[in-house]
Design a protein around this ligand. Structure first.
Ligand code: ADP
Ligand code: MG
Length: 385
């Protein structure tokens, strides 16, 4: 029995019916594009959230996480109300409860369950522990109750849980990456059509490593800024007479910018349109097996997020600049910004040098030590027991 199954048994006094796992994700390129109907190119991390679960006959939902001190949270599915999600130390339970709520809202016959989760994905590090928790829960509940859902459908329901029940206005990229990614591939995602393609991305075979540098900071600005960027993008698209910024082709960018009076709106539009173009270019390089050449596009993406989109921070900028100075092919912040993690593409042999350089630079700047790990593109969600 897996550790998570054993813990379930000790907690609830009987064994689970199964264990499901869903990974965190890193976005290779395509940041702040998913609420502009644009493109993204995430991949799944080896770190996963496991959910051990079993059906209950009384219809109740019991939730427990090894990663929080809240104890077992008991909820009545019939009374789940997005206006009153669990709060305080039980706040984490809104994610799995929201998944059950979203499944019921979609008219799916999901009953009660006992759930115990344990995660290797650090929470709040920009690596999408929230999507990992949602997708593991969604897969567990769907499997347990025999509900046939495609992976994109599952991801869409998980996202609805986070948007409508937890109250976080995230795009669909995180859930799609966790639900749909495959081992050794990046997931090319069209966030309008939800069409996806699996792009070979075998770094190890090319002698490369992807370093994930978790700055371990999260600045308070993040939530308000996210809403402001969304509104700014939607406003600019409306001003340009477009359904979304996705509909502004890269080659028409300069003309369009000339039609926007507000310099801030111009910067935001420039980021989104150039970022979509970078996704296209990175994808083409991956398909051609020219992995190293993606590096400069990653760094260009970072500059765009820092200067045009203004969502970086000192720690992320330092991680990127130091990794690049220590020999990375390229580096960028990944995730929403204002903290969280940066990604660096390096030669395998350069790992100790880059790791040391970033760690020392953080110490010199008086920042807390970053947490640096190697990320290999890994498999998406699956039943593991
Ligand atoms: P990220 O998704 O980047 O890790 P979020 O703020 O979106 O950051 O989600 C983090 C939140 O998700 C946590 O604060 C917690 O409420 C919830 N969460 C994620 N994983 C777990 C877990 N294993 N156990 C309990 N709560 C979790
Ligand atoms: Mg999240």
């Amino acid at each position: 029995m897996s550790g998570t199954a054993q813990e379930f048994k000790e907690l609830y006094g009987y064994p689970p019916e199964g264990v499901w796992a869903a990974p965190g994700r890193v976005n290779l390129i395509g940041e702040h594009t998913d609420y502009n109907d644009g493109f993204a190119l995430p991949f799944a991390l080896p770190q996963r959230t496991e959910a051990a679960a079993a059906r209950r006959t009384d219809g109740m939902l019991r939730l427990h996480s090894a990663d929080t001190p809240s104890g077992v949270v008991t909820l009545d599915p019939a009374e789940l109300d997005p206006a009153r999600p669990p709060k305080g130390s039980d706040g984490w339970a809104a994610y799995p409860a929201g998944v059950l709520w979203a499944l019921r809202e979609a008219g799916l016959p999901v009953g009660g369950a006992d759930l115990h989760v344990r995660s290797e994905v650090p929470a709040g590090a920009g690596l999408s522990s929230s999507a990992a928790l949602e997708v593991a829960t969604a897969l567990a509940l769907a499997d347990l109750h025999g509900i046939p859902l495609t992976r994109p459908e599952l991801a869409a329901l998980a996202r609805r849980a986070e948007n409508a029940y937890v109250g976080v206005p995230c795009g669909v990229m995180d859930q799609m990456a966790s639900a749909c990614a495959t081992d050794g591939h990046a997931l090319h995602l069209d966030t309008r059509s939800l069409r996806q393609a699996h792009i070979p991305f075998d770094c190890a075979a090319a002698g490369l490593r992807l370093l994930v540098i978790d700055t371990r900071v999260k600045h308070d600005l993040a939530d308000g800024a996210y809403a402001e960027r969304r509104a700014s993008c939607h406003g600019a698209a409306a001003a340009l007479g477009l359904p979304a910024l996705r509909d502004l082709p890269y080659r028409e960018l300069e003309q369009a910018l000339a039609r926007l009076a507000d310099p801030v709106a111009r910067s935001r539009v420039r980021h989104v349109v150039t970022e979509n173009e970078r996704v296209v270019r990175v994808e083409a390089l991956l398909r051609a097996g020219r992995l190293r050449e993606t590096g400069p596009l990653l760094t260009e993406g970072h500059r765009s997020l820092r200067d045009d989109y203004a969502v970086s921070c000192a720690e992320l900028d330092l991680a990127v600049a130091t990794a690049n100075a220590a020999g990375a092919y390229g580096a960028r912040m990944t995730g929403g910004g204002f903290g969280g993690s940066a990604l660096a593409l390096i030669d395998a042999e350069a790992e100790p040098v880059v790791t040391r350089a970033v760690t020392e630079a953080f110490a010199r700047a008086g920042h807390a030590p970053p947490r640096i790990t190697v990320a290999a593109p890994s498999a998406g969600a699956a039943r593991i027991l």
